[in-house]
Design a protein around this ligand. Structure first.
Ligand code: NDP
Ligand code: 2IT
Length: 449
């Protein structure tokens, strides 16, 4: 391996030894940009990579709130403002008990590259809390969000840092966060958060954007290999925001989606998932995916036990991991390949382990990498920001068309970069290289900061 790259990886490993997810994300990117580093020896002198892997700022804070029994609970809040090279820090907030600094840094790091790929003026950030929204009342969610914003507000702003949703943070939470921000600031600053409801400044099609964008990327990737989504069997992990709207667009493109999941298990419905039923369970009742069987007794439910989700054991042409990081491991990849999978589309961030991705690529399975394939969400957040600045709204069709164009453009850039460096069909390398080239150019322009 290139000496400079090897040194930066080893230095990053030493400095962040207790952050496995972060190191995984850094290794994946750095190893795949080797051909670019080889032709830019000056990056070593400029410590370009050392600067890229060091967050501009990590903020940790106390979030005290009162539960319905009057007990005070203290959670930890995070905001990693990773990189502001090409725009205000931008990225979601995750509320999940697993949240820690390693996960925040991996997500923030990924976000820099993803946001660069959109071609829009947004830097990279991530935030959240180890707060567990499951089983909490609406009042508890609101009080938590208000307390979280009581600290976060001083670090964000429409031109500074613009948070949005992620796992455990959807329209309801963004609403409570926005209300508290507006109260503290005594000003309506619409562009400070994205993923807002359309009734107070959100963008049409933002809710759908990540899942729809994933399928637009999948359509382009398959078309480049003389294939298409129509008639394919699709399995999806997760049943949250990304999974639901990936399912909706896959069905609209003529695919048969047969499985969805949550952290407890997965449903299999050979007749095709009834998405209205899933939306009712997840978006309205906030229930479990198993509840699908109440309305569809012909469907099957497989409980999860162990590391590998049962959803990957179901035979499929297209697999869409849309739940969380490292949810698709080598064991799952082997099952999917032996069942004839054609393409994998990463709706979640870093859902495939490195060895799973390598196994897919070695077996000629097309992989739509997260940074590129799920970039439609943040791209539409940027479109929401621009509408807030203009004080004017686009129609659903206008936003969806812009999203589609952006995803086509991202696919073309990934393809061009993979071809340029002799890795035809490897869109994982293509996405990393295309994004890195943009970021490196901006770093050179802006001097040592
Ligand atoms: P949601 O909270 O809406 O849904 C998350 C889904 O994933 C749920 O079905 C949840 O199941 C499941 N899940 C979460 N954690 C785990 C876990 N540890 N093991 C198994 N299943 C799990 O989140 P989103 O749909 O917004 O996000 C899903 C993924 O997509 C994340 O990786 C996120 O970073 C990524 N993403 C999201 C974007 C967005 O715009 N929202 C944009 C780009 C990427 P359960 O209810 O049982 O926890
Ligand atoms: O991972 C992601 O890209 C998101 N959670 C969306 C971020 C955003 O700012 O819309």
């Amino acid at each position: 391996m290139n000496n400079y790259l090897a040194n930066v990886i080893s230095r990053t490993e030493q400095m962040n030894a207790k952050e496995p997810e972060y190191l995984q994300a850094v290794r994946e990117v750095l190893t795949s940009i080797e051909p670019v580093i080889n032709i830019h020896p000056e990056y070593d002198r400029m410590a370009l990579l050392e600067r890229l892997v060091e967050p501009e700022r990590c903020i940790l804070f106390r979030v005290p709130w009162v539960d319905d029994n009057g007990k005070v609970v203290v959670n930890r809040g995070f905001r990693v403002q990773f990189n502001s090279l090409i725009g205000p820090y931008k990225g979601g907030l995750r509320f999940h008990p697993s949240v820690n600094l390693s996960i925040m840094k991996f997500l923030g790091f990924e976000q820099i590259f993803k946001n660069a790929l959109t071609g829009l003026p947004i830097g990279g950030a991530k935030g959240g809390s180890d707060f567990d929204p499951k089983g909490k009342s609406d009042g508890e969610i609101m009080r938590f969000c208000q307390s979280f914003m009581n600290e976060l507000y001083r670090h964000i702003g429409a031109d500074v840092d613009v948070p949005a949703g992620d796992i455990g943070v959807g329209g309801r939470e963004i609403g409570y966060l926005f209300g508290q921000y507006k109260k503290i600031r005594n000003a309506y600053e619409g562009g400070v958060l994205t993923g807002k409801d359309v009734c107070y400044g959100g963008s049409l099609a933002r809710k759908e954007a990540t899942g729809y964008g994933l399928m637009f990327f999948m359509r382009e990737m398959l078309a480049a290999h003389d294939n298409s989504v129509a008639g394919k069997t699709v399995t999806i992990s997760g049943s949250g925001n990304v999974a639901i709207y990936a399912c909706e667009k896959a069905q609209a493109m003529g695919a048969n989606v047969v499985a969805m999941s949550d952290s407890n298990g997965c449903i299999y419905d050979s007749e095709g998932i009834d998405l209205d039923c899933v939306k009712q369970i997840k978006e309205v009742q906030r229930g479990r995916i198993k509840d699908y069987l109440n309305k569809h007794p012909q469907a099957q439910y497989f409980e999860r036990n162990g590391e590998t989700s049962p959803v990957w054991s179901i035979k499929t042409d297209i697999a869409l991991p849309c739940a969380t990081q490292n949810e698709l491991n080598l064991e799952a990849a082997k099952i999917l390949v032996s069942n004839g999978v054609v393409a994998v589309g990463e709706g979640a961030n870093m859902p495939c382990t490195q060895d799973a991705t390598d196994y897919f690529l070695a077996n000629n399975v097309l992989v739509a990498p997260a940074k590129a394939a799920n970039a439609g969400g943040v791209a539409t957040s940027a479109i929401e920001m621009s509408q807030n600045s203009m004080r004017f709204y686009y129609t659903f069709e206008e936003v969806e068309k812009k999203l589609d164009n952006i995803m086509v453009h991202i696919f073309n850039e990934c393809e061009a970069a993979s071809d340029k460096y002799g890795q035809h069909g490897n869109y994982v390398a293509g996405a990393n290289i295309a994004a890195f080239e943009k970021l490196a150019s901006a770093m050179v322009c802006q001097g040592i900061v």
